[in-house]
Design a protein around this ligand. Structure first.
Ligand code: CP
Length: 316
């Protein structure tokens, strides 16, 4: 495994391997000094063309906990503004001796193109590309659910028998696409719930059930996976007035009474409080795993960096 640009490329075996490795790094993260020398001498560049809190900071922390050096690429203050192409910029980053590029970009497919062009000497890790994929988010969501239902990801991670509802702005969500990839590979049943305008045009080809009426399906779910409303990616045809959205798809206090008692709630963040979910449900209900997802994101990204860049130094 040289790159991680899409979960479709690594198959079930690659997913299993990364989830199992995450168990080991979750243990490292619990230590009084959560740092190992495994990537000493390696350098990771962070290239984020879209805003991020969780993904950027957790990749940064993951690399540092593995003793790698981290270079921050200032996308708004680089030679791109002088007309340098992205390809030349990436080649320059490679020539500096960087081993891995963690890239987030608004154009779907760009990390894959970069991996094809310059991937011989630099590992490319997709931190979210347009509507296309957010592989590490998908993996950390799956890891968090395996940990919740099975105690760990174990050598054979499985979500068989778990019914997961993915609710909201599925059309504009790269997280939904990566979540569906990994959840279904691990044996879960997935239902996506969205108004027609927020369903992907090719949803009939996805390995999921599709529903429009949330109240009809919500009581069946073992996991309620909420998505952020991505107004920045919407045009007028897909925009739904916020009040309509809350009324039909928000996890309001009233709607929360119809959930299974032990239902698990996830959200990749950032949450639009009062829209996707009411404050009182987010803050007051058990089994809201949002912070756990963030926490596991560090261990999962340590596993990815270690798998792609492993220098031969064992995890101690
Ligand atoms: N979930 C996620 O990708 O969050 P950030 O945009 O904060 O990285």
């Amino acid at each position: 495994m040289k790159h991680l640009v899409d979960l479709k490329d690594i198959g079930e075996q690659g997913i299993q391997e990364l989830l199992h490795l995450t168990d080991r790094f979750a243990e490292v993260c619990q230590r009084p000094i959560p740092k190992v020398p495994a990537l000493r001498g390696r350098t990771v560049a962070m290239v984020f063309f879209e805003d991020s809190t969780r993904t950027r900071m957790s990749f940064d922390l993951a690399a540092k906990r593995l003793s790698a050096d981290v270079l921050d690429f200032p996308t708004h203050a680089s030679s791109l503004s002088k007309g340098e192409t992205l390809r030349d910029t990436v080649e320059t980053i490679g020539a500096l001796g960087v081993d891995a590029l963690v890239i987030r970009h608004g154009v779907g497919g760009l990390p894959s193109e970069i991996a094809h062009e310059v991937g011989e000497y630099i590992s490319v890790i997709n931190a979210g590309d347009g509507l296309n994929a957010h592989p590490t988010q998908g993996l950390l969501d799956a890891y968090t659910l395996c940990q919740h239902f099975n105690g760990s990801a174990g050598p054979e991670a499985s979500l068989a028998g778990v019914h997961i509802g993915i609710i909201g702005d599925v059309r504009h969500s790269r997280v939904a696409r990566s979540d569906v990839d990994v959840y279904t590979k691990l044996g879960a049943t997935v239902t996506v719930v969205a108004p027609q305008s927020l369903q992907p045009s090719d949803v009939d080809k996805w390995p999921v059930e599709v529903a429009e009426n949330l109240d009809e399906v919500l009581p069946k779910f073992d996991v309620v996976g909420l998505l952020r409303i991505q107004t920045e990616r919407m045009d007028d045809s897909s925009a739904l007035p916020v009040t309509d959205y809350v009324e039909r798809y928000g996890i309001t206090e009233a709607r929360a009474t119809t959930l299974k008692d032990d239902v698990v709630i996830t959200h990749p963040g950032p949450v639009n409080r009062g829209i996707e979910i009411a404050d009182s449900v987010l803050d007051g209900r058990p089994n809201v795993l949002v912070s756990k997802q963030v926490m596991n994101g560090v261990a999962l990204r340590m596993a990815v960096l270690f798998r792609l860049l492993g220098s031969g130094i064992e995890i101690e």
